[in-house]
Design a protein around this ligand. Sequence first.
Ligand code: NAD
Ligand code: UDP
Length: 314
Amino acid sequence: MSGAAGFIGSHLCDRLIAEGHPVVGLDNLITGSRRNIAHLLGNPLFEFRECDVTQPFEISEPIDGVLHLASLASPKDYLEHPIETLESGSSATRNMLEQARRHNARFLLTSTSECYGDPEVHPQVETYWGNVNPVGVRSCYDESKRYAEALTMAYHRVHGVRTNIARIFNTYGPRMKLKDGRVVPAFVDQGLNGVPLTIFGDGTQTRSFCYVSDMVEGLYRLMFSEERYPVNLGNPLEMTILQFAEHIRRHMGNNLRIVYQPMPEDDPKRRRPDIAKAKLVLGWEPKVSLDEGLRETVAYFKRTLEPAVVEKSG
Ligand code: NAD
Ligand code: UDP
């Protein structure tokens, strides 16, 4: 698995290992952290290799499945590293697909709702081709994932690789980076520090937030399915960013102020997954409520901050 030390990757490692699958985790730690996989390091079913999967590599032991999660994933990260982001969709996807082809293994790509760009069809259904600005600042992410999807389909059509493509919608939970700029950790960070919540634009843009355990369940089911075309995975409960800020205030303190900042370029105005296909093909739908998910996430960030607090006060 590439991206094993990342947010979703580390949870997927946990799940695979819990089901008895040995995992070789690859990660160059550009946004991931050893801390996310520290609990797995002594486990005989887990091996970690620090490597950049945009460079050619070889796995010599037999493998049944190749899971490609490595990518810059938060807007802040991919805007800072546009070329690395394009490479993680292109050369890294090619390298991972080559491993699948050589080992006659299954292949899973974690694509994204960003393939739909700023969508003109709502909610987004897999048959919608999207509205992406190919030269805008977000194109490094959107187009690299669209290329990765095309390459994945080509490996299936040309080499018969058993491929699966997940289009992941906004997912949150423990092990996200507090400072990765995505709205959930950003608001939690601001809440913990008692500083105003930063809303970009007027806050009427919408998102729907999926808790990570639901996402892992969807990915796990998808990687063993026979569905070759993309499948949306996400939570269909749509809300404006202003409404999301209200949820955060309820969890973290109603006295949190809101400050408005400029809307980033090409920020999608509406996003909500149509998950009819995932329900039909995988028998999957999210189970964890936003309240439950936020409780776990806030508790996690509080725990990760504790040593720093002790250090400061000591
Ligand atoms: P993340 O940044 O926590 O994880 C990505 C991991 O990939 C990191 O550990 C990073 O170090 C690693 N990585 C990046 N480039 C690499 C390279 N060249 N070689 C080896 N490792 C490399 O992000 P995440 O949220 O866990 O995202 C995981 C996947 O899911 C990504 O492919 C992302 O595009 C996709 N996705 C996530 C979301 C979401 O809301 N979290 C939404 C849509 C799609
Ligand atoms: N956002 C915000 N304040 C922040 C961070 C993000 O208002 O501090 C908005 C952002 O403009 C977007 C939404 O929240 O409309 C989700 O942003 P995120 O970066 O989490 O993911 P995206 O869905 O844009 O990939």
